[in-house]
Design a protein around this ligand. Structure first.
Ligand code: BTN
Length: 240
């Protein structure tokens, strides 16, 4: 059973879920808000979260995994969300439709007051027009742009079981199957990419490594493992 806690407005569902988890809140608690006033994403970027336009949710998990593997949970979430809305993935965990981002995933983890480890997996999914700011129109999109909008609760009720089965797969059999599903949907594989932000690399995105890292073949022929960064794909007008 999921404990889904819906609120009209909050600063950030990730902050709420972190606070609940730190004070011992159980696995499968889900914080949802219709609007976030301080939604945030990777690299501390703002996540635009206007009322009733998207799905803003954060899930507390306490998986039976060594804490050093908690980073792989964001790949479970990315594959689950991509399967939920039938979209693609841009490594590490952006959900993409027609080359534009419709959903971002932000995962965090920590220890509660009993020293038990927990993870919080936040997802911001653009559903309706107005869910992303107009200045991002070239890079962002929403389900409505593709005639695929649905109520947030219908999407959440498909996403949570898929997330759960992905996490169970990771717990019981390791990363191999989640990685296979990630590679299957990962739009950048086989393409020339530029990685910036975290690490820097320019080359051909060849695959996903055993720890979820992006494997990039440089022009020198060597293969580098990228664990953190933003990826742009080279098109006719340069990297986008
Ligand atoms: C990213 O692409 O940088 C990740 C964006 C994650 C946004 C979601 S919205 C729900 C949850 N609450 C937050 O403050 N962030 C995540």
């Amino acid at each position: 059973m999921w404990d889904i806690r819906v609120t009209d407005e909050t600063v950030s569902t990730n902050d709420d879920a972190m606070a609940i988890a730190r004070s011992g809140g159980p696995s499968r608690t889900v914080c949802v808000a219709r609007r976030q006033t301080g939604g945030h994403g990777r690299f501390d970027r703002v996540w635009f979260s206007p009322a009733g336009k998207g799905l803003y949710c954060s899930v507390i998990l306490r998986p039976s995994l060594p804490a050093e593997h908690f980073g792989l949970l964001s790949f479970c979430a990315a594959t689950a969300m991509a399967e939920t809305v039938r979209a693609e993935i841009k490594w590490p965990n952006d959900i993409i439709m027609n080359g534009r981002k419709i959903c971002g995933i932000l995962s965090s983890w920590g220890y509660d007051r009993n020293s038990e480890a927990f993870a919080v997996i936040g997802s911001g999914l653009n559903i309706l027009a107005g869910s992303y700011p107009p200045e991002l129109a070239e890079k962002a999109a929403c389900l409505e742009d593709f005639g695929m909008d649905e109520p947030w609760d219908a999407i959440l009720s498909r996403y949570l079981p898929l997330l759960e089965s992905s996490v169970q797969e990771l717990e019981t059999r390791g990363f191999a199957e989640v990685r296979r599903r990630l590679e299957e949907r990962c739009v950048i594989l086989g393409k020339p990419v530029l990685v910036s932000g975290g690490q820097q690399a320019e080359g051909l995105a060849e695959g996903i490594g055993p720890q979820g890292e992006l494997l990039v073949r440089l022009s020198s022929g060597s293969l580098v493992s990228v664990t953190c960064g933003d990826v742009s794909v080279r098109g006719v007008n340069g990297y986008v």
